[in-house]
Design a protein. Structure first.
Length: 561
């Protein structure tokens, strides 16, 4: 057994520019339309039956032909704020304490990334019919005219309930582009270069009218850019006013009634000076607000205290998948350890402590399907519409064992773990759209496809257990980590976490075989140890070593003084 144990421990978190609460966060990502339908009266037209079989077209979808990918993106399932409020007890029971909500503002799609208006919560999430009358009386450029709809107030009530339940809430800030129904864009379309919003958008021609859309999608007109950020001071002022509106809704200087931060969509498409100014604005409203950017790769330049607190940590997911889920492209335990150490060393400790360590999201395949379809490019190889041979079937026991191990790594590693809704009950699916199926709920059973669609209660119990493990041991929420060993032939990685009160030893086995691991009791490991997670009989404490048996695709966590 060889050891790869650099005696390098990351320094304790200094909390110089990231919010202290965020290092204790256990995130849960929710796409509201797909989470729970608590109020059918606000459903969009042609809302799908929650129990319906995913690949079967509804009657109104048949008009688009037999191609699933021609009609599936237009679906709505009716999830709403009433549903989210109704499921707060579920989330609290699971153990999560921080929610990231995909966009909630008025928009025509299920995903809401094509905002019609940043000022108002979508009426299909709240009170149907409350949007048009209010927006007609507002001046987009004058915040003193802005009002609150019933849907807006429902969201503000939800915030208070979530805060009372001990949960922080951040929402998606999609400030790079809007939808074509946005009032400013509609004004430009109607009045051309005479519009007072004419400088907001990236117009490429007035006669005929033409504009740039995000990623080439014309239904997502982008704001015009400049080296300093947004070209239009009016557009910038509007976004700043929107930011304050949702962070301090009553404007009294106390942000307790507002959101706790922002997840920023494609922020790298707006020049950094904009985000420097925006961050100052955010911090002036709430010094403990959390700002996380959607940056898919190493983000050193964005995480130096001037722009964001954190990013969605996709590189963490890459390592977890490459080590635990891949087969022919599998990496070794020592390679996984080295890649994560390099990532830790790229950022200041207070940044690493608050990174959103995810396995999947609304923009990737679900982790269970990644395990079932190994050795593919994480970001693009799971688009089933581009890969006809993709296996859409329910993953088996071996794949879910890999999911469990990845989740255990999430909960014991440095940074804030984030669970994508439904992973904890066994949901699976290829990349968009099949990663956005409606949440599985036991009270909804039986589903149209009961052999595949059912809540995996044992998996949910596992998630509860490992979330409780993280919450129960403050050492798992520090930056202190030290590799104890990597044993590549056995495919085992062990690392130590600690604080001033206790230490934990995490031993992970990514092989399909049971492993007997002997760890010398030297230095800090001379401590008295007991099992914090794993079978009670997995540990034998001997004078000179710890003898640990780790089941296939599993892990053990020991606690010592």
């Amino acid at each position: 057994m060889s050891s790869n144990a650099p005696t390098v421990a990351d320094t304790p978190v200094a909390h110089t520019f990231t919010p202290e609460w965020a290092r204790h966060a256990i995130w849960y990502q929710v796409m509201p339309d797909r989470f729970f339908n608590g109020d059918p009266s606000n459903d969009p037209p042609h809302t799908r039956d929650w129990r319906s079989e995913w690949f079967s077209p509804a009657e109104w979808e048949r008009a688009h032909g037999d191609n699933f990918y021609r009609y599936v993106f237009g679906r709505h399932y009716g999830g709403d704020l009433a549903g989210l409020r109704a499921k707060l007890p579920y989330l609290r029971d699971l153990g999560v304490n921080a929610l990231y909500l995909n966009p909630i503002f008025q928009a025509s799609t299920h995903h809401k990334y094509n905002a019609t208006n940043y000022l108002h919560v979508d009426e299909h999430f709240g009170t149907l019919g409350d949007y048009a009358a209010v927006v007609a009386s507002e001046d987009l450029a004058d915040p003193t005219t802005w009002k609150w709809t019933a849907s807006d107030r429902l969201f503000l009530d939800f915030l208070q309930e979530a805060h009372a339940a001990g949960m922080r809430v951040i929402i998606d800030g999609v400030f790079n582009h809007v939808g074509t129904q946005h009032p400013a864009f509609q004004d430009v379309r109607a009045n051309g270069h005479r519009s007072r919003f004419a400088d907001w958008f990236d117009v490429v021609g007035w006669e005929p009218f033409d504009w740039h859309g995000w990623a080439g999608f014309k239904d997502l007109p982008v704001f015009r850019k400049a080296p300093h950020g947004l070209a239009s001071e009016g557009a910038k002022a509007h976004i700043f006013a929107v930011t304050k509106r949702w962070m301090d809704p009553d404007g009294d200087g106390n942000p307790a009634d507002g959101i706790d931060g922002w997840r920023l969509d494609v922020p790298n498409e707006i020049a950094p000076p904009f985000w420097v100014d925006w961050r100052r604005h955010v911090r002036s409203i709430n010094p403990q607000a959390y700002i996380v950017g959607e940056i898919w790769h190493r983000a050193d330049d964005w995480l130096r205290g001037q722009h964001f607190d954190a990013v969605m940590n996709y590189p963490f997911a890459h390592v977890a998948v490459d080590w635990v889920c891949n087969r022919s492209r599998k990496i070794s335990a020592s390679a996984a350890d080295a890649r994560l150490r390099e990532l830790r060393n790229a950022y200041a400790p207070e940044v690493t402590a608050v990174l959103q360590n995810l396995l999947d999201s609304h923009d990737t395949a679900r982790i269970a399907s990644i395990a079932k379809n190994p050795d593919r490019d994480y970001e693009r190889g799971h688009r089933a519409q581009d890969h006809p041979g993709y296996d859409h079937g329910k993953p088996g026991a071996l794949e879910y064992a890999r999911v469990r191990l990845c989740a255990l790594l999430q909960m014991t590693y440095v940074g804030a773990p984030m669970v994508y809704y439904g992973d904890e009950v066994g949901m699976w699916g290829a990349d968009d759209p099949s990663n956005r199926k409606p949440m599985l709920w036991p009270e909804m059973e039986p589903y149209e496809n009961p052999r595949e669609n059912f809540v995996m209660n044992d998996l949910r119990a596992y998630y509860k257990q490992i979330i409780a493990l993280r919450k129960g041991h403050a050492a798992l929420r520090t930056n202190n980590i030290e590799t104890v060993l990597t044993h590549d032939p056995a495919d085992v990685w062990a690392f130590r976490r600690w604080d001033e009160r206790e230490q934990l030893l995490v031993v992970l086995n990514a092989s399909e075989y049971s492993r007997d691991i002997a760890i010398p009791r030297q230095g800090h490991l001379k401590s008295d140890w007991k099992v914090a997670f794993g079978p009670a009989d997995c540990l034998t404490v001997r004078p000179e070593q710890l003898a640990i048996r780790v089941a296939p695709l599993s892990g053990v966590v020991l606690v010592g003084k």
